[in-house]
Design a protein around this ligand. Structure first.
Ligand code: ADP
Length: 333
């Protein structure tokens, strides 16, 4: 099989020689249309519609986050792409290859990094890579074991037993393993679940490195911080439906509200009358939180109204909306 990533322009050609070019060769990295999955009822479990006919397009070259609460349908979506779960209806294509029409090329176009750290402890990273390359039918002369291990910061561990690798190194080895057949699209399922902050940032850097070298990255996460820090495009999925899919900045700009937190000298027990017509809340510590739109109301006018009502204010702080606000608003969890 010819899995070559042309060095000069990063155009990827996963075509098997002699086979026709994919219809969507210049289109999306991943495209789903009316993709639906119903898990059949079993035992006492009723049937479950995990994906309710989703449309989703992942642009080539993006770092794309699939964000959503537990049970939203993220793994189902990824597993359909990886060929591990059969869709009920609709269509999916990867790098222009329809998963029904060109299943082999579609599979060759993605690498999937699973959540679990399932690495055989008795093999070395170099052996793990060579075996995986064999499974994907990558000819010996096209293998890039050391190059990929180096990109993931594992070249000095190439011949160490996997059992001696730290958790972070194992995770990086799984990423390296998913890259052996040089797929243009890499999918990471919850890449940093249970990983501490420092390792998380280190892993982000490696993923960014792969992206810089031309790989389209899709990751599922329920860490809003991860999507915000790493991704340029964010889809929010909830109860089997896509509730948003936009460039990160557009998504964040959707909410123009700000919060003003006012701490009175004497903790408040009721909301002051001056805030009657505003979105205000009394916090358990006696501070008052006001949501306001700076285009309509100024922070000074809110503070002025509170002072005029007799409140002595000892401290104020303001906060911009972040992805969490957008997320909560869209998923109402
Ligand atoms: P996420 O990855 O976003 O947490 P999943 O795709 O794992 O969501 O699950 C979506 C829904 O489908 C959930 O309600 C889950 O319980 C259900 N589900 C997932 N896998 C199966 C399965 N093999 N059989 C039945 N229901 C399933």
């Amino acid at each position: 099989m010819a899995h070559t990533l042309a060095d000069e322009d990063n155009t990827y050609d996963a075509r098997v020689p002699g086979e026709p070019a994919p219809s969507g060769a210049n289109g999306c990295a991943i495209e789903a249309r009316a993709l639906r999955k119903v898990y059949k009822a079993s035992g006492t479990q009723p049937a479950k519609e995990a994906l309710k006919g989703i449309d989703l397009a992942v642009p080539r070259g993006s770092i794309f986050a699939l964000l959503g609460p537990n049970g939203a349908g993220k793994s189902t979506f990824i597993n359909i792409l990886a060929g591990l779960v059969l869709k009920t209806s609709g269509s999916a294509s990867i790098w222009g290859f329809d998963t029904d029409v060109n299943p082999r090329q579609a599979r060759a176009s993605i690498g999937v990094v699973p959540q679990e750290l399932n690495i055989d402890p008795f093999f070395t990273p170099a052996e793990v890579m060579e075996m995986q390359a064999g499974l994907y039918g990558v000819p010996k002369r096209e293998r890039r074991t050391m190059e990929i291990l180096k990109a993931m910061g594992l070249d000095d561990k190439a011949d160490a037993y996997a059992r001696t690798l730290s958790g972070g190194m194992r995770r990086r080895l799984l990423v390296a393993k998913a890259m052996v057949h040089n797929p243009p699209v890499l999918i990471l399922d919850e890449p940093t679940a249970g990983v501490d902050i420092e390792l998380r940032r280190q892993l982000w850097d490696y993923v960014k490195g792969l992206h810089d070298r031309g790989t389209t990255i899709v990751l599922t996460t329920h860490y809003l911080e991860e999507a915000e820090a790493l991704c340029d495009t964010i889809a929010i999925i909830d109860k089997g439906e896509v509730v948003a899919c936009e460039p990160k900045e557009t998504l964040l700009a959707r909410i123009s509200e700000k919060q003003l937190i006012v701490r009175p000298a004497t903790p408040a027990t009721v909301l002051p009358a001056a805030l009657e017509n505003m979105k205000a809340e009394l916090r358990p510590d006696g501070a008052i939180e006001v949501q306001y739109n700076p285009a309509e109301t100024s922070a000074m006018s809110i503070l002025g109204a509170l002072s005029a009502g007799g409140m002595e204010i000892v401290d104020i702080s303001t906060a911009e909306s972040d992805l969490e606000d957008v997320f909560l608003q869209l998923t109402s969890h």
